[in-house]
Design a protein around this ligand. Structure first.
Ligand code: UD1
Ligand code: UDP
Length: 361
């Protein structure tokens, strides 16, 4: 059987790596890279470092408005589906690449599998929320990271074909953490274990709202700790366009660096005293690394991390980040919120089951 996998943005390359390794034991996988992310440090580095097979199709779609970007991907993915005639299409997460893949497959009646199904922020102003709701509703197999995600789907009437398999990002961390520790050291970043805060900011709700963006960088600059901040290209662009880049230049604690590779990121997370982020993946990785996380958002899809006390939602305009970071205690660690590190093999088992059942009919 032949499965087309569609990826395009940084977190999708990371999620693809463990699943592809398992999938290729039994299936012919065709990888489409939409090209949503294209800078070497947002895309190419992950293929090299995580040993991901070279994409069979590079669509080169690049940046653009939501409609243009998603529409261009949709048209090009459809062409590949016509050429390849796959037995199924596999999409990841909640980006525009996910939605384009989901629409292309479902309109052509190709079975669609969604990894990281069932997550909700219940905020439809987030492009990701629209992407994931629509994708879930046309998926034939919904691979959920948690029971909570299964329950979210039930509330929307999706009661069949949703399976809690655990989180593939945990698979990725388990597989790579030792490799990261063996191959990289903090020396490159001029910091020591426990001496710095790691921060990432890129989400539209923060970068596209000038007041929020200003509040975030003002509060980061007021922290007394060194902050290592691998700067997402979107944030870099908006800080400059909004005339806010000086907030970084005039601060003496914020060290911006280019986006780092996955292994470097794992090392930086593992050794940070705290993490400040608006990323989905980084919230969980903070938990895996047993590092307290402050999430600069009004909602999170990863509610479990907040429930167990390792993650806190912070409004950068109304709350004092410096006070919160100073007062934070380390809660007790509860293992296995996100599976056992074998989500990828469970996904492939379920795919087998899906095809076997189809053949029996
Ligand atoms: C996208 C996803 C988001 C995900 C994030 C992961 C959507 C709607 N958003 O957001 O869910 O969390 O990826 O990082 O799909 N840019 C570059 N070089 C690149 C890529 C982007 O310079 O290689 C800049 C461009 O100015 C571009 C902007 O970043 O306009 C935004 O890129 P885009 O892919 O549209 O969205 P992200 O913010 O990266
Ligand atoms: N990441 C990385 N380098 C960086 C920043 C993030 O490798 O400079 C990794 C991070 O460890 C996580 C993933 O990228 O695995 C998260 O992606 P991102 O924050 O871009 O997107 P989100 O998870 O919010 O969709």
């Amino acid at each position: 059987k032949k499965i087309i996998t569609i990826v395009g943005a940084r977190p999708q390359f990371i999620k693809l790596a463990p699943v592809s390794r398992e999938l290729r034991k039994q299936y012919k996988e065709i990888i489409i890279n939409t090209g949503q992310h294209y800078d070497y440090n947002m895309a190419g580095v992950f293929f090299e470092e995580l040993d991901i097979p070279k994409p069979d199709y590079d669509l080169g779609v690049g940046s653009g408005s939501h409609g243009k970007q998603t529409g261009d991907m949709l048209a090009k993915i459809e062409e590949v589906i016509f050429t390849e005639q796959p037995d199924a299409v596999l999409v990841y997460g909640d980006t525009n690449s996910t939605l384009a893949g989901a629409l292309a497959a479902s309109k052509l009646h190709i079975p669609l599998f969604h990894v990281e199904a069932g997550l909700r922020s219940y905020n439809k102003r987030m492009p990701e929320e629209v992407n994931r709701v629509l994708t879930d509703h046309v998926s034939d197999l919904l691979f959920c990271p948690t029971e909570h995600a299964i329950n979210n789907l039930k509330k929307e009437g999706i009661t069949e074909n949703a399976i809690a398999v655990g989180d593939v990002m945990y698979d990725a961390v388990k597989y790579n953490i030792k490799i990261a520790e063996q191959n990289y050291s903090l020396g490159k970043f001029n910091v020591e274990k426990g001496s710095y805060i790691l921060a990432t900011i890129h989400r539209a709700e923060n970068t596209d709202d000038r007041a929020r963006l200003e509040a975030i960088f003002t509060s980061l600059s007021r922290l007394s700790n060194t902050i290592i901040l691998p700067l997402h290209p979107r944030t870099q662009r908006l800080l400059r366009e909004q005339g806010l880049f000086h907030l970084i230049e005039s601060s003496d604690n914020i060290q911006i660096i280019e986006p780092v590779s996955y292994l470097e990121m794992l090392l930086l997370e593992q050794n940070a005293m705290a993490i400040i982020t608006d990323s989905g993946g980084v919230q969980k990785e903070a938990y895996f690394a047993k590092v307290p996380c402050f999430t600069l958002r009004d909602q999170t899809e990863w509610v479990e991390t907040v429930e167990v006390g390792w993650n806190m939602l912070v409004n950068p305009i109304t709350q004092d980040l410096a006070e919160l970071v100073k007062d934070k205690n380390m809660p007790i660690y509860k293992e296995n919120l996100y599976g056992d590190g074998h989500a990828s093999s469970k996904i492939v088992e379920q795919i087998d089951h899906f095809f076997n059942e189809k053949e029996d009919v």
